[in-house]
Design a binder for this molecule. Sequence first.
Ligand SMILES: NC(=O)c1ccc[n+]([C@@H]2O[C@H](COP(=O)([O-])OP(=O)(O)OC[C@H]3O[C@@H](n4cnc5c(N)ncnc54)[C@H](OP(=O)(O)O)[C@@H]3O)[C@@H](O)[C@H]2O)c1
Length: 259
Amino acid sequence: MGRTVILGAGELGGRVARLRAAAGDRVVGHTRSAARHPALIADGVEARTGLPDDRAADDRLLIALPGADRQMMAVAALRNRPPPARVVFVSSTGYYGAPRGDVDEDTPPGTSDRAQRNAAAERAFAAWAGDRGVIVRLGGLYRPGRGPLSALAKSKRVPPGPPDKTLALIHYDDAAAATAAALVHPDPRPVYLAVTPPCPLRRDFYLAATVILGLDLPGFDRPRGGPPAVYDVRRLRSDLLAEPMHPRWQGALVPGPAS
Ligand SMILES: NC(=O)c1ccc[n+]([C@@H]2O[C@H](COP(=O)([O-])OP(=O)(O)OC[C@H]3O[C@@H](n4cnc5c(N)ncnc54)[C@H](OP(=O)(O)O)[C@@H]3O)[C@@H](O)[C@H]2O)c1
């Protein structure tokens, strides 16, 4: 069983913490503030603020802070100590920028600033963690009340972008199940793409979303043309998540309480 440390026990990390606590691990969840601590403690997770201290000997570590820059900072803070036996790093399909056609773990990073920041954070992590490290590249996360539908409900504006770009999506529960599996898989690959295909085009998602929310129908940038991205998740399916619990992207159109 052993000890699992979750750096960033928020929506995703908190779910992973609960899964590992239910499996019998001693789990320590780190957050920035104490707001989530009562809920974590109620589920058997030890709650702390800030980064893990130097003396902690972890069997497993998950790094799930929001955004590539904070992920990079976490690696910088940890790199003077040896990596634990298994360390999982949450990255994003933002790594690919605006890909076309087939996309898998070996597809190179995009050229946008965001893609390059994701790629730099992954490189820094891999240099520290070596063969103890696993990168999980997650698509856009959703659950009722959180994700692109809720973002649109708040902003009332469809984010700029072409109509024919694929919107990579995965439900929080599936992302957490895959990430928790990466913490304990006996022989994982170095990188997994974690998305739930088939994914919608932005046009299909945002047309439906504006109708559901009673907003004006969206305008889009010019179509990009060329084949939209198709995400290949065979490695995810074979090693970490055989069957998604939420296989249909339309689940991302379910409104929920804002949070
Ligand atoms: N959202 C997406 O669509 C998406 C897509 C791809 C990848 N990801 C990645 O998925 C991961 C988790 O996302 P999420 O939705 O679970 O985010 P979240 O709910 O905001 O959780 C992030 C957690 O990190 C904690 N945190 C932030 N800064 C910290 C610090 N300096 N020290 C300790 N803890 C700190 C936060 O603490 P508080 O609870 O106190 O705020 C929170 O608990 C992130 O790595 C994100 O980049 C997200």
